[in-house]
Design a protein around this ligand. Structure first.
Ligand SMILES: *[C@@H]1O[C@H](CO)[C@@H](O)[C@H](O)[C@H]1NC(C)=O
Ligand SMILES: *[C@@H]1O[C@H](CO)[C@@H](O)[C@H](O)[C@H]1NC(C)=O
Ligand SMILES: *[C@@H]1O[C@H](CO)[C@@H](O)[C@H](O)[C@H]1NC(C)=O
Ligand SMILES: *[C@@H]1O[C@H](CO)[C@@H](O)[C@H](O)[C@H]1NC(C)=O
Ligand SMILES: *[C@@H]1O[C@H](CO)[C@@H](O)[C@H](O)[C@H]1NC(C)=O
Length: 481
């Protein structure tokens, strides 16, 4: 008992000491969820429990410079903006998860939070070099998490070493789990479907999706849900080659829309794979339903192997704005910022028409910008700091929208045509930009690392019929310095 209490005290102490000491405010988000210190990657266990959102994440409490050995960090929020950091939910403390409590999801039933995750064990310089098994944990109070004694619940060693990221849901009296997998000796990405009657014993039911050879060697972080009468398979493939404007990031996140038959367990695609976001930093999505039945998505707002400068500031990584997902009649996903963004909307910094070179200084490097402009004219908006500029531009002749953050590999571009007017909604935070075009049919999520104060400027040959700039208030604990 004493040992447990002491351990808990030490954890609590380190939690506050580490968070206070090392982390610098310059790139720390004002309203996006970031780790209190250390390294964050994939969102995990996104759910609503007792009317609050819970978001877990891949967390390295030891260092902000590398992913280390994954723990589950944990935060909760009533509105998806005001986040409270909770104690680390899971440590890599079992033989089957000793080199990583990897990604997974949550299922709420009978006032209990059931958490599914991948236990990772590395075997350096051996073949196979790792073993991944699926495990279960649960929480009655939404804070203290206990691992199930009978773990692991699913060993699928015939499925090869890369099998991970369980996403679980219930339909009728059956539980369903999708898993990301790399097959054929790490050459073919796919998503496997398993079923269970009791959450602990699982049977393979079907292969939901599989690369045809051109779609990557590994499909990570699968999510599968009904939306607008169809089913969406959302996942993060690794190993896609760039094709024109597509697939420019190291790894991608996107979706396939189709029909799913709960009897045969087969998914029949109606579309090709489409990227969900067109910016530099959007990966490993996870969705949940809110209490009103909206499908909410978040992504890791970062990308592997970028070595962004926030790593030097005692923390790394953040989550994107939470967004509602909608399905159009032609089977494309729309993304809209969740309505709770109104909770952080502050005073208006500007409102009116805007001429070329109109400059608006932001307050605290944090703002929501809305632009309405002519459909048949080019338009450019610049986001500027002392040492860098990000350009967001529309080329009406080509029907393309471009985000250019400068530097090496700065350009991301995709096809987009406004229907009546050009409409953009843009969110700036201390080290990030999110652009929503039109009804959310195209988004760009990219990190940028400004020096000093940020301002926005309307481009040389551009004018806006309406430009509105709101300050966005701080809703997370930003470090002092
Ligand atoms: C915080 O700083 C201390 C002392 O410099 C260092 O030992 C520790 O690893 C740092 N923690 C993080 C999370 O970067
Ligand atoms: C929740 O309770 C119902 C009714 O007692 C039971 O049938 C079901 O198995 C329980 N679910 C879990 C996950 O234990
Ligand atoms: C898979 O690849 C590794 C090295 O890349 C090789 O040692 C191993 O024999 C291969 N296994 C199969 C089943 O092809
Ligand atoms: C701006 O300064 C920051 C901090 O020194 C640096 O990380 C970033 O790379 C700089 N950007 C450019 C475009 O020089
Ligand atoms: C940045 O803006 C703040 C007020 O928002 C001001 O106090 C500060 O002097 C500005 N810094 C620079 C370098 O202009």
């Amino acid at each position: 008992m004493l040992v447990i209490v002491t351990k808990f005290l030490l954890i609590a102490l380190c939690f506050y000491r580490c968070s206070a000491n090392n982390v610098s405010a310059r790139y720390y988000p004002r309203y996006h969820l970031a780790p209190p210190y250390g390294w964050m990657n994939d969102p995990n266990g996104f759910c609503v429990f007792n009317n609050e959102f819970h978001l877990f994440y891949q967390f390295n409490p030891e260092s902000s410079q590398d992913p280390g050995i994954a723990h589950w960090g944990h935060a909760r929020s009533a509105d998806l903006f005001h986040w409270e950091h909770l104690p680390i939910a899971m440590y890599p403390d079992r033989s089957f998860d000793k080199t990583g409590v990897f990604s997974g999801s949550a299922l709420i039933e009978n006032r209990t939070m059931y958490l599914f995750y991948t236990g990772n064990v590395n075997f350096p310089n051996q073949y196979p070099e790792r073993v991944q098994r699926q495990a279960l944990a649960f929480s009655k109070d939404g804070v203290h998490v206990e691992k199930y004694e009978g773990n692991p619940i699913l060993k699928a060693e015939n499925r090869q070493p890369h099998i991970r990221d369980p996403k679980v849901w219930k339909h009728g009296n059956t539980y369903y789990m999708v898993l990301g997998n790399s097959y054929n000796n790490h050459t073919v990405g796919r998503v496997l479907l398993y079923t269970s009657k009791d959450l602990v014993s699982w049977t393979e039911a079907s292969i939901l999706g599989e690369s045809d050879g051109s779609m990557g060697y590994m499909w990570e972080c699968p999510d599968f849900f009904e939306l607008g009468g169809k089913f969406v398979l959302l996942f993060s493939p690794q190993g896609l080659e760039p094709r024109g404007d597509k697939y420019r990031n190291l790894y991608q996140t996107g979706y396939i829309v189709g029909n799913f038959d709960y009897e045969s367990k087969l998914f029949t695609p109606l579309t090709e794979f489409m990227e969900l976001d067109h910016g530099h930093d959007f990966y490993a999505t996870q969705t949940t339903l809110d209490t009103r039945g909206n499908r909410v998505v978040v992504a890791w707002f970062d990308m592997w192997e970028q070595n962004y400068p926030d790593q030097q500031d005692g923390f790394n990584g953040q989550m994107t704005l939470p967004r509602y997902l909608y399905l159009t009649r032609d089977f494309r996903l729309l993304q809209k910022p969740v309505r709770q963004v109104s909770n952080i909307r502050g005073r208006k910094l500007y409102s009116g028409r805007a001429k070329p070179n109109n400059v608006i200084k932001l307050d605290d490097n944090s703002a929501e910008i809305r632009v309405v402009a002519a459909r048949l004219k080019n338009f450019e908006l610049l986001i500027e700091s002392e040492n860098n500029t990000v350009s967001i531009s529309y080329d009406y002749r080509k029907g393309k929208v471009t985000l250019d953050r400068g530097g090496n590999d700065g350009v991301r571009r995709t096809n987009w045509r406004p229907s009546l007017k050009l409409y953009w909604q843009i969110f700036i935070d201390a080290s990030s930009i999110e652009v929503f075009c039109g009804n959310g049919e195209v988004t760009f999520s990219s990190r940028f690392f400004p020096t000093g104060n940020v301002s926005i400027r309307v481009g040389d040959d551009s004018q806006a019929d309406e430009l509105t700039v709101f300050k966005l208030k701080r809703s997370v604990d930003v470090p002092d310095q």
